[in-house]
Design a protein around this ligand. Structure first.
Ligand code: A2P
Length: 220
């Protein structure tokens, strides 16, 4: 019946507590502001606007709602493996529990702005085995470690869906795995900024941000 059809959520994930959401929003906006002013960034502006014209990154990325790290996108049961995921013992046991997420890097592409999440062994119990393997556009991501796709979407360019954030992260990590060092452009207060080409920027945080988050689901 219709009730069964809606019994699975749009997605499962960790939802950041509101106090840390504010802190992350501040930190990430400061980062965008600084990135905008760097000569190295200005040199590659064409990746963002198609022209060598200035962009205001704070305006360029639209916020996408409550900050969270998606574990399983279920699409109300229509996504492959949704039911199996919801029935996993680890998912049932952890539902409603508080976790401590470690945000280890910030990344920016012409499409998305996100934070990389480094999952612990315990947190990986909630991570779907095929999350890295589903991305057709980044086939090499299948050989990345489990949990590589874990992220918090901080903003998307106009017309870009949030699912793109994890794909952009996988692209950067694939380049790293292939041995691309990237171009270390700047030591910032927050950490080391590296450029991976075609508009891909990664800031490895000197001090990871510890973010308390509740494992739950979103129905929309
Ligand atoms: P993300 O986790 O990168 O933020 P939407 O609003 O587009 O329906 O998406 C709801 C949430 O589910 C978003 O957080 C989004 O991306 C994530 N998401 C959407 N589609 C997928 C997908 N195919 N695979 C994994 N996550 C997805």
């Amino acid at each position: 019946g219709p009730l069964e059809e809606v019994s699975l959520p749009l997605y499962f994930g960790w939802f950041l507590l509101s106090s840390i959401q504010d802190k992350i929003k501040c930190t990430s906006m400061d980062f965008l502001k600084t990135l905008d002013t760097l000569e190295a960034f200005k040199k590659h502006l064409i990746d963002f606007s198609g022209k060598a014209e200035e962009v205001d990154l704070e305006q360029y990325f639209q916020p996408t709602g409550i900050l969270h790290c998606t574990t399983k996108f279920c699409n109300y049961g229509k996504a492959e493996g949704a039911k199996e995921y919801a029935e996993k013992q680890a998912v049932k046991d952890s539902y409603g529990s508080l976790f401590d997420l470690s945000l280890s890097a910030l990344f920016v592409t012409p499409r998305t702005f996100g934070a990389r999440v480094s999952l612990t062994e315990e947190q990986l119990q909630l991570w779907p085995a095929d999350a890295e393997k589903q991305v057709e556009s980044v086939p090499a991501a299948a050989s990345l470690p489990l949990g590589s796709r874990a992220h918090v979407t901080l903003g998307c360019a106009e017309g870009v869906e949030p699912v793109q954030t994890g794909i952009d992260l996988l692209e950067i990590l694939t380049l790293q795995q292939e041995g691309q060092q990237g171009e270390q452009v700047e030591e910032m207060e927050l950490g080391t900024l590296t450029y991976y080409g075609t508009g891909k920027w990664l800031l490895n945080l000197r001090e990871p941000i510890s973010a308390p988050a509740c494992f739950s689901s979103f129905y929309g």
